[in-house]
Write a protein that binds this ligand. Structure first.
Ligand code: DQA
Length: 146
């Protein structure tokens, strides 16, 4: 199965951005872990990071035909991007939301996810393991068109 992985804004700063919250690993290290985990599950992955809402929507659109599932950490867009929410819904991509931190136990504005209603599952608060659990979850989804 093909899994599209998208990291949203500021995740390029992993490793130096609030390591007490997001961990010490860089995005490159996180991506290496994602690729390894996905390979172990027999999944193919395409991984992108963007700081721009429009770019994320363009990436979703461009890769929707290829992808059987989407694993997305929308970063701060989680909390207010109706545009990304609508793109996921409009493309009909089975989506899984992930967060490194536990957004339910942080500032009040982070407790709201406008993305959650268009996702099949949400994994949060477990660092890179949140992504691994999302990939595991994707295995339970039927390949597209089936
Ligand atoms: C995050 C949580 C968001 O609130 C924050 O804006 C991020 C990262 C996470 O992975 O924990 O950029 O999505």
């Amino acid at each position: 199965m093909n899994v599209l992985v998208i990291h949203g804004p500021n995740l390029h700063l992993l490793g130096r951005r609030a390591p007490e919250i997001y961990g010490a690993a860089t995005l490159k290290q996180l991506d290496a872990g994602i690729k390894k985990h996905a390979a172990g599950l027999g999944q193919k992955v395409r991984i992108f990071q963007s700081n721009s809402e429009g770019k994320i929507i363009d990436l979703l659109t461009a890769n929707a035909g290829w992808a059987d599932a989407l694993v997305i950490n929308p970063g701060a867009y989680t909390h207010y991007s109706y545009a990304i929410r609508d793109a996921i819904e409009g493309l009909g991509l089975p989506a899984v939301e992930v967060h490194l931190s536990d957004i339910a136990r942080r500032e009040p504005f982070r407790r709201i996810s406008v993305i959650k209603p268009v996702c099949l599952a949400q994994f949060k608060g477990e660092g890179r393991r949140s992504y691994f659990k999302a990939l595991d979850y994707c295995l339970s989804l039927p390949p597209k068109g089936k």
